[in-house]
Design a protein around this ligand. Structure first.
Ligand SMILES: [Zn+2]
Length: 452
């Protein structure tokens, strides 16, 4: 204890010195206080009015309310009055290596050398500006995936915290796609390919066409991945992809598949319900990625949104012009011809998945034709809430809390609570009433740093 004479305490010199010490101390601690907004913390419970979030360095130090949680002296005050405040969004299914171009064969052969230095960083930056602070990139060349992820995580380039699969694991790569699709030939080869990905440091294994593999090959992929603690995501386009995926222990399914079939067959629903009941295995996750399909006809008939310059960020003019030219006739793309037939089936399948007990995650397939990283994620939330009638609080939970659990990083990410990284977004207005306010996020904070 330091004894200070009353005379000294009274002196203004002392007070200003004390103030200096406090503010130096605070700025050294890098304290910020987000004050006033309505907090939706990601857990799915009642929002907290007049919230206060104290951020120290990269992490959240305290969460409370105006009047009861004291704001430390010297903290930088960021007003969130009139805003909804929520955890940074996750997008669990993005494709950083593509950006809306309609011709994959042309894109891959023309730009593959630019994936790592230009295109993937540009996609990542666009996601971050859209309020996406964590993203799972499913399918790209291995070295580019690892390098882009690590450059972002080291703070060298802007972007969400990225989780990568590197190349798809499948029975046989389509010609010309060998850089990001690895075939497997026998169980030993399957194990070797997964080991190579694990050794390189991927975060997740992406499995597709598992129904075209032998069961031994498909099982080897999952067993080897789990040996390294890596979750496996599996495509679900065909009924047998789902049946095999459930048998071999896939952790998360992708897409709302079966093309134009009206619903999932009864045996698959039964298998899913049985899997969901196995609590010792943890939840079975599913990323339906509906918005690209659901909104196709709207975008085709109202193409103004294709002109939104938000998707130009980080791209050279020549590539922007190439993408624009490829989208000149939105109604003629073979990619989407079946979509009007599929669209009416999406809601039924989405509801079946909800009823099955699977935990649904927000993901978009962003990067596919006409789907830009700057716009995809909020559109997925919009379809869930405004077209499928999903509770907005639970929809936000599917974009925050659950993805962090699925990627086993919920100790550090996914909610606004003490000790976690300060990944926080804020948007003027009430997102629980108008979820599509998320199309223009006013503030984005990643790891305690305001990036927008
Ligand atoms: Zn995809």
């Amino acid at each position: 204890m330091v004894l200070i004479s009353t005379d000294l305490m009274k002196s203004t010199k002392f007070l200003s010195l004390l103030f200096l010490i406090i503010s130096f101390h605070s700025s050294a601690q890098n304290l910020k206080a987000l004050v006033g907004g309505t907090l939706i913390d990601g857990f799915g419970g009642t929002p907290i009015r007049n919230s206060v979030i104290i951020v120290e360095g990269e992490r959240i130090k305290a969460v409370g309310q105006v009047g009861s949680l004291e704001i430390p002296a010297g903290a930088e005050i960021i007003s969130t009055e009139g805003m909804s405040v929520l955890p940074g969004l996750w997008d669990m299914h993005v494709h950083l290596m593509i950006n809306g171009h309609s011709d994959y064969a042309h894109w891959d052969s023309t730009y593959i050398d630019l994936f790592e230095p230009v295109i993937m960083p540009s996609s990542a930056h666009q996601l971050l500006m859209a309020g996406v602070t964590s993203a799972r990139d499913l399918g790209a060349p291995l070295e580019a995936s690892i390098n882009v992820r690590d450059r972002i995580n080291r703070g060298e380039i802007p972007g969400p915290t990225i989780y990568v699969s590197g190349p798809f694991i499948q029975k046989k790569p389509y010609p010309g796609t060998e850089a990001f699709r690895w075939g497997v030939n026998g169980p030993a080869d399957a194990r070797a390919k997964v080991k190579k990905l694990a050794d390189a440091g991927v975060d997740v294994i992406k499995l597709i066409d598992q129904d075209q593999m032998t069961l031994e090959e498909a099982q080897a992929v999952v067993d080897e991945a789990h040996k390294y603690g890596l979750p496996v995501v599996g495509h679900s386009h065909r009924p047998d992809e789902i049946r095999v995926g459930l048998k071999i222990g896939v952790d998360c399914f992708e897409h709302t598949g079966l093309s134009s079939a009206p619903e999932y067959p009864e045996d698959i629903m039964q298998l899913l319900k049985e899997r969901a009941a196995k609590m010792n295995l943890g939840p079975i996750f599913w990323t339906p990625t509906v918005e690209g399909l659901y909104n196709y006809e709207y975008v085709r008939d109202n193409p103004e949104k294709l002109d939104d310059p938000s998707w130009h960020l980080g791209l050279p003019d020549s590539i922007i012009r190439d993408i624009q030219a490829s989208l000149r006739y939105p109604g003629r793309m073979s990619y989407f011809q079946l979509t009007p037939v599929r669209k009416p089936t999406l809601e039924r399948k989405f509801n079946q998945l909800r009823e099955s007990g699977a935990v649904l995650l927000i993901g978009t397939d962003s990067g596919i034709p006409m789907k830009f990283h700057s716009q995809s994620t909020w559109n997925e939330l919009d379809v869930w809430v405004n077209h499928f009638g999903m509770d907005p609080l639970l929809t936000i939970k599917a974009a925050t809390y659950w993805p962090a659990v699925a990627m086993k990083v919920d100790k550090d990410y996914g909610t606004i609570s003490e000790g976690k990284y300060a990944d926080i977004i804020a948007v003027r207005g009430d997102v629980l009433r108008y979820i599509n306010l998320l199309q223009d996020v006013d503030m984005v904070m990643k790891h305690g740093r305001k990036v927008k």
